[in-house]
Design a protein around this ligand. Structure first.
Ligand SMILES: *[C@@H]1O[C@H](CO)[C@@H](O)[C@H](O)[C@H]1NC(C)=O
Ligand SMILES: *[C@@H]1O[C@H](CO)[C@@H](O)[C@H](O)[C@H]1NC(C)=O
Length: 552
């Protein structure tokens, strides 16, 4: 106790003496800059790496009342303005309060002496087009110039502007010595655009229900890594949480009355995502993975004891699919729609007498009937003006029957896209060995080095690989652990899909990529995303021991 008193009375004044005078003798930010070598731990790491950029060696300060100035036909968009407000909160996280207890005087002094000395007080955003349709392949390119007095983002679409604002936010960092937001390594010239048009994350709301607010948080976090597609695996064998107005008993197959999505919820999610430049691709997986449909409509089961795949022999089955798709078309404007088609075990068809009879009458084997089902579902999707996406099994079972508009979704392993594009189909890469996030023992570097174009050398075939997607299957995740299972590993795929192949290929993973990813994970944490330690051997584990965010 005595010792504590001693420390208290003796050391505290010393600490005050040492710490306080230092800022008080400084007459402006520039002085602080030159006198204190800054601690360059994080400010200039970008993720994903832009296509082209150059930087300098100056430090610019950013005015906490940074002003948005817009130009061009699309500049006045709500999408731009709302993004600016979101990012203002992120960038000026530490500058929001006027009250700083014992340092009140210090703050006042600083304010009065430097208020007009910020290097950057305007963010000028020019958007050339006023077309806000978030189509597949929408132009996401932008140019970001950071020079003294001016930061400009120029883009053809509002979605390019969003990507530019994200990059701008990553250039900004809070300097604790001067209590200002700074941009290091200025001036910057960044010309950026994505490598692939489709950069997805899949969420599965059938194995565990995810509340709407949690889906929104995940969408927010996706935009930080420049993902642009949320693949929403809405329903599956275990549950059917979605409201379908034309078949109102379908969501009787939800886990409970509250674990459901109204059509308004779905619409809200799509809009929320659009404001962040993210398309939502819905999935209704047929004919397998469908047992839950029959809770509300038992006629969809081949029999009460053999419940999937959906009964191929009945018109009612296709009426229901048609009703679902017509309803969903009003909500999901994205031109891709996922029809599943994976892991179809036809045993219930060959073992159920009335289906067996139907197969015989139509001279079909169970495998033929699987093909018939997939093609018929595709026709419904095509009639709704959707391009159908199917898991790879459909392509493998009948590569010549599918619509030429089909996009084959690889998952089982590597090497499938080369076959699909050789047949002229488009392909999405999701090799489960590296890009299934539920495989928690896959480390970030294995995610990072996966290459969607592996084994494809013909440039015209390479173009058919529209991108890739990491999949967060839901058996072992719910609200309690989903963010840390997704992040930071999803970010590794995000960079692979955004940045030029040459820059990710030649990167030295340990010395250049890892520090940037460590930094990005801390950025996610600062923004409230529960991203797990980067160096985990098992995803989503807690840190091993005490230590800095930048080193775990
Ligand atoms: C589905 O739910 C509705 C509303 O709760 C109920 O009226 C109906 O009987 C249920 N149908 C089946 C087949 O469970
Ligand atoms: C990761 O888990 C999978 C599935 O449990 C297993 O097959 C594989 O061997 C594991 N790999 C490593 C490196 O532990």
């Amino acid at each position: 106790m005595l010792l504590h008193m001693f420390y208290f009375f003796f050391f505290i004044p010393c600490v005050l003496f040492v710490v306080l005078p230092q800022p008080l003798v400084v007459d402006g930010l520039r002085e602080i800059r030159t006198k204190q070598p800054h601690f360059d731990e994080s400010p200039t790491y970008l993720w994903p790496l832009p296509a082209e950029f150059t930087s300098g060696d100056e430090v610019f300060t950013v005015d906490p009342s940074l002003e948005l100035v817009v130009d061009g036909a699309g500049g006045a968009s709500d999408i731009v303005r709302e993004a600016f407000e979101r990012y203002r909160k992120i960038i000026f996280e530490h500058s929001g309060s006027d009250y700083v207890a014992g340092r009140f005087r210090f703050k006042r002094v600083l304010r009065e002496s430097i208020i007009s000395e910020y290097d950057v007080s305007q963010l000028k955003i020019t958007v050339h087009s006023d077309n806000e349709e978030l189509q597949f392949g929408v132009d996401e390119s932008y140019t970001l110039l950071v020079s003294a007095g001016e930061v400009t983002i120029e883009a053809n679409t509002v979605y390019g502007a969003l990507r530019g604002i994200e990059t701008f936010s990553q250039l900004c960092s809070f300097d604790y010595a001067t209590k200002t937001v700074q941009i290091h390594k200025a001036p910057w010239v960044i010309h950026d655009q994505p490598r692939f048009a489709y950069r997805g994350l899949m969420l599965d709301t059938a194995r565990h229900y995810l509340p709407v607010g949690v889906i929104k948080q995940i969408i927010d976090s996706m935009s930080y890594a420049k993902f642009n597609v949320l693949h929403w695996h809405i329903v599956d064998k275990e549950s059917f949480p979605l409201e379908v107005p034309s078949y109102p008993n379908l969501w009787n197959g939800s886990y409970s009355k509250s674990e459901r999505y109204t059509v308004e919820d779905a619409y809200e999610i799509v809009n929320f995502a659009k404001m962040r430049g993210i398309n939502v691709m819905a999935e209704v997986d047929v004919p397998g993975h469908s047992e839950s449909w029959g809770v509300g409509y038992p006629d969809l089961w081949p029999s009460p004891t053999c419940k999937e795949p959906l009964d191929v022999s009945k018109d009612f089955t296709f009426d229901v699919i048609s009703g679902i798709l017509t309803g969903l078309r009003q909500i999901f404007p994205f031109e891709l729609f996922h029809l599943g088609g994976d892991e179809v075990d036809t045993k219930c068809w060959s073992q159920t007498p009335h289906v067996q009879q139907w197969l015989q009458d139509n001279n079909l084997t169970p495998t033929d009937a699987y093909g018939y089902f997939v093609v018929k579902a595709q026709e419904i999707a095509l009639s709704e003006n959707w391009s159908p996406v199917n898991w790879q099994e459909a392509f493998q079972a009948f590569p010549y029957n599918l619509s030429p508009q089909t996009i084959v979704h690889n998952w089982v392993g590597p090497g499938l896209c080369p076959y699909a594009v050789a047949e002229g189909y488009r392909c999405i890469f999701s090799n489960q060995k590296v890009w299934y996030l539920d495989h928690v023992n896959v480390t970030w570097d294995e995610v990072y080095t996966a290459e969607p174009l592996e084994g494809i050398y013909d440039p015209s075939q390479q173009k058919l690989v529209i991108g890739g997607e990491v999949c967060m299957w839901g058996e072992h995740v719910d609200t309690s652990d989903i963010q840390q299972t997704i992040w930071p590993r999803a970010a590794a795929a995000a960079e692979r899909l955004w940045s030029p192949r040459e820059s990710t290929l030649k990167a030295n993973i340990a010395t250049t990529t890892l520090p940037r990813l460590l930094n990005f994970r801390c950025l996610l944490n600062r923004r409230g995303v529960a991203a797990a330690p980067v160096k985990n051997l098992q995803a989503r584990q807690a840190p091993d021991s005490a230590g800095s965010c930048y080193d775990q």
